[in-house]
Design a protein around this ligand. Structure first.
Ligand code: DON
Length: 582
């Protein structure tokens, strides 16, 4: 409630004007932009006419081929999205959802929301057990875990409004990959070994696809054919999204759900709509930042944190300094605290976007940051640490030769989603219902807590952290980026921006630099290996609860130089990913 009152003061700009921060500082010492030629340690891929960065080399190649065939960035993005559904079943999908951010060469920026939607029969307490406790099995690995998928609708909308090639041409490469088979790469083989037995093995339809006759999963170098998926893709190529939402695929999904206690029925599928929304926007040290609006929390909190950071001279503090990390971690705590209270599906609740992204509100938060002392997050019971450490959501970025840019983050949620393949469709279903707040104050799989604003309701979209983002410099697309990582997506994308602007890193260095993350609850400053032990000691002395944990995120980013040259980088944390162009 106190937070509500605090925020309410910023709804009116007049009221906001009452706040004045005494600690106003001199102009920050921002270094010149680096594009990565010369003496840098890491170098981006450089191309002239078009570029794709994705988590899978085959999918990247599909996108580059579409660009070469004369498709624009939206066409290539749709083709990559379909290809990933075949080559990267951990997160690429037809049975999930996500977000696409587009900036056209003419400077129009728009967001396509194809987030999953709760079915009509969903209800507030559907994930509680008999004792009233949140039951994560229900929200993660049961047929109840799935929201109505949005990917097919989202790609169709993007294609219709902003694409140039027929949808079937964009699906064709995916059909071929599913029908002829893919060579299983190291990433898929590893994830099948580690996560497969948890989620796929117990479902006969899934086992039949990802496991061999002897009951072992496919190994690196072996050929994986997905005949049923090829057939579903063919149906969509022939009949458009109706094949999925009203036709034979809808029948398969509804039948699967009805047989095993799921809730999605034919009417839910027929009524699903992807929506075009206005991106969240902000400014940071003279750059424009565009990112995903609710039902993602990403855009709002990236802009909010950047607004707070603008009050500090990060460049002068230096990358990896205890001061810069302290300021960023403290700013992140405020943002994630606000997330837990104010964010949800904008079709159901009023999200105070302009208040949360106002410079005045950020200044008042900046004022509360003590460079020498961490503020404890002890006012609510701490969240449990997420058991899942993988990066199974996926992001890809595309820029074409005309200057159109597309950033897409989409997912099944955790690895292979619910693990349930719907009937004979070959389509893995998501477990995105876990992103709702099953019970106020109880953390979800990413340790995120929420309340009423993100409670389950029929037709509602669960709150997300996915943040496809485009940064604009001098009126032109400059940085296209995004990442998987659950709650860590927001801070990963934030660090891409700060590393590029404040620390003058080229896009490859910005991607490679070690990352850190604070999400308020649990009260923990999570850091990757690679920071100086001296820095970590100083942060501990300031009161941060520092913990070195596995790598965060898998950014796939493209930077555009002043002359239109494209500089791209896939995250070195990820194997089998590729940035390529021509
Ligand atoms: O929408 C969200 O925020 C999550 N479902 C994203 C999941 C994700 O990034 C998984 N990777 N760790």
């Amino acid at each position: 409630m106190a937070r509500m009152v605090r925020l309410a003061q910023f709804v009116s700009p007049l009221m906001a004007g009452l706040f004045f921060w005494q600690g106003a500082m001199a102009a920050p010492t921002v270094p010149p932009v680096s594009y990565g030629v010369g003496a840098d340690t890491f170098h981006p891929v450089t191309e002239q006419h078009g570029m794709v960065a994705s988590v899978d080399a085959t999918a990247t190649q599909v996108g580059v081929d579409i660009l070469k065939q004369g498709g624009n960035a939206v066409d290539a993005a749709v083709a990559v999205g379909y290809a990933l559904a075949v080559t990267h079943p951990q997160a690429g999908n037809l049975g999930g959802g996500g977000f696409m951010l587009i900036r056209t060469a003419a400077g129009h920026t728009t967001a396509i929301d194809f987030r999953e939607m709760a079915p009509t029969r969903a209800s507030r307490d559907m994930f509680l057990d008999a004792q009233g406790n949140a039951d994560s099995k229900k929200s993660l690995t049961s047929p109840l875990a799935s929201g109505v998928p949005g990917t097919v609708a989202g790609f169709a909308l993007a294609n219709k409004e902003y694409g140039t090639l027929p949808l079937r041409q964009l699906i064709a490469p995916a059909i071929k990959l599913a029908r002829d088979g893919i060579v299983v790469n190291e990433s898929l083989a590893n994830d099948l070994q580690v996560y497969g037995k948890e989620v796929l093995l117990s479902h006969p339809n899934s086992k039949a696809i990802f496991y061999k006759a002897d009951g072992t999963p496919y190994l690196r170098g072996e050929k994986l054919v997905q005949r049923n998926l090829a057939h579903s893709l063919e149906l969509i190529a022939q009949r458009g999204p109706d094949a999925f939402y009203k036709g034979p695929i809808a029948d398969q999904i509804a039948k699967e759900m009805a047989a095993h206690g799921g809730l999605i029925d034919q009417a839910d599928l027929a009524s699903y709509k992807a929506v075009e929304r206005k991106p969240v926007s902000g400014s940071y040290r003279g750059y424009e930042v565009y990112s995903m609006p609710p039902p993602s929390s990403g855009g709002i909190h990236i802009v909010q944190i950047l607004n707070i950071l603008e009050n500090f001279d990060l460049a002068k503090m230096g990358f990896g300094s205890a001061d810069a990390m302290q300021v960023m971690a403290e700013a992140e705590k405020y943002a994630y605290a606000d997330r837990s209270e104010y964010l949800g599906d904008p079709d159901f609740i009023q999200v105070p976007t302009s208040a949360l992204t106002s410079k005045a509100y950020a200044k008042s938060l900046a004022q509360q940051i003590d460079l020498n002392k961490a503020r404890p997050s002890t006012d609510i019971k701490p969240g449990k640490l997420a058991p899942y450490e993988s990066n199974q959501t996926t992001h890809f970025s595309v820029v074409d030769g005309q200057g159109n840019a597309v950033a897409v983050t989409y997912t099944l949620n955790t690895n292979f989603g619910s693990g349930i393949v719907a009937g004979d469709s070959g389509i893995l279903m998501n477990n995105e219902m876990d992103d709702f707040s099953a019970k106020p104050g109880t953390p979800n799989v990413y340790g995120l807590v929420g309340g009423e604003a993100n409670a389950v309701q029929p037709y509602k979209r669960p709150l997300s952290s996915m943040s496809p983002t485009i940064v604009v410099k001098d009126g032109k697309t400059w940085l296209v980026t995004g990442s998987p990582g659950g709650s860590r997506i927001i801070t990963t994308v934030l660090q891409m921006i700060v590393n590029s602007i404040d620390f003058g890193m080229n896009v490859a260095e910005a991607s490679a630099a070690p990352r850190f993350h604070h999400q308020w609850l649990p009260d923990q400053l999570r850091v990757e290996k690679g920071f100086s032990p001296d820095t970590l000691k100083l942060l501990t002395m300031k009161g941060q609860h520092v913990k070195v944990l596995p790598a965060m995120g898998s950014t796939q980013s493209i930077m555009v130089g002043p002359d239109g040259t494209l500089y791209g980088a896939s995250d070195p944390r990820t194997i089998d990913d590729l940035t390529a162009g021509y």
